[in-house]
Design a protein around this ligand. Structure first.
Ligand code: PXL
Length: 282
């Protein structure tokens, strides 16, 4: 029996509304990966579509947790950073990588900053600068189109896009230093949407699309990123993992739509976990 792989997600705990750790932990666990949590903040719900939510910043607590973990001498196969509430937290992720990364640790950065052409609350120029540098340290980054364009300092443009435009955006982002890029929200017409993956070292580019489901489904970035990492840690290629993540996200959205569920509470990914396990060949 081989040792299980170990990941850590550096992410907020939104108590309700399926995102961040309430997505990353179940998805990675289903994929056979032990998942630790370094919490960045504690919220009653995520910040999209809710008002008057409770928010507790945990930057100081992150340091204390890291100190204890250092004494345990644990290593991680993957470090996955998601929602970070401030520039100070980006610095904490850098510190975490300095301490816990070894030659075999895979770093995935989801530069969670916005969607549909808009920044989430509290994103500053300093934050954007810090995020660019953090992306430069990653083995893979998982921006949506909005985040990719903001990272590049470009104005947001709505799709459909041309393949040449998507390739150019990904090539330009690769100059930050990240080894692979998976861009979500890619569409070449009105009917399909999905993700593109790009490996600068070998100039390899692939796109995986699925039928577009109308509406805004919260937390799908986290569902996608967690499934992508599940594939990569189960030795799937970048393209295979991207396809798995596109299909898992699509199937979870379809379930949510069919149930006519309130989309602020995230997507119905739980009942898709068995099919994810099958896709991973587990
Ligand atoms: O899913 C992204 C996300 C994560 N965490 C918090 C959020 C958001 C997006 O709005 O508000 C707290």
């Amino acid at each position: 029996m081989a040792l299980q792989k170990k990941a850590v997600t550096i992410n907020d705990i939104s108590g309700m509304g399926r995102c961040s750790v309430t997505v990353a932990c179940p998805v990675l666990s289903a994929a056979g990966i032990e998942t630790s949590v370094l919490p960045t903040a504690l919220l009653s719900t995520h910040t999209g579509g809710f008002t008057d939510y409770f928010f507790l910043d945990l930057t100081d607590e992150m340091t204390k947790i890291m100190k204890h973990w250092q004494s345990l001498d644990r290593r991680f196969d993957a470090i996955y950073s998601g929602y970070l509430g401030s520039s100070a937290q980006i610095e904490k992720v850098n510190e975490f990588i300095d301490i816990f990364k070894d030659d075999n640790t895979f770093i995935m950065v989801d530069p969670v900053m916005g969607d549909a052409g808009r920044f989430y609350a509290g994103i500053s120029e300093e934050y954007l600068d810090g995020m660019k540098k953090l992306c430069g340290r990653a083995d893979v980054i998982v921006p949506n189109i909005t985040e990719a364009l903001f990272l590049l300092g470009k104005d947001y443009t709505e799709g459909p896009y041309t393949e040449a435009y998507i390739k150019d955006v990904m090539k330009e982002i690769s100059t930050f230093g990240c080894k692979r890029i998976v861009l979500t929200g890619v569409c070449f017409d009105e009917n399909n949407v999905g993700a593109a993956c790009y490996e600068p070292e070998v100039d390899s580019f692939s796109v995986f699309l699925a039928p577009r489901i109308e509406g805004f489904y919260h937390g799908t970035g986290d569902v996608f990123a967690s499934a992508l990492l599940s594939g990569l840690l189960n030795n799937k290629t970048l393209a295979e993992s991207t396809k798995i993540a596109v299909d898992f996200t699509e199937d979870s959205i379809i379930r949510t739509r069919d149930a006519k569920a309130d989309t602020r509470y995230g997507v119905y990914f739980e009942q898709e976990l068995p099919s994810l396990i099958k896709k991973l060949g587990l």
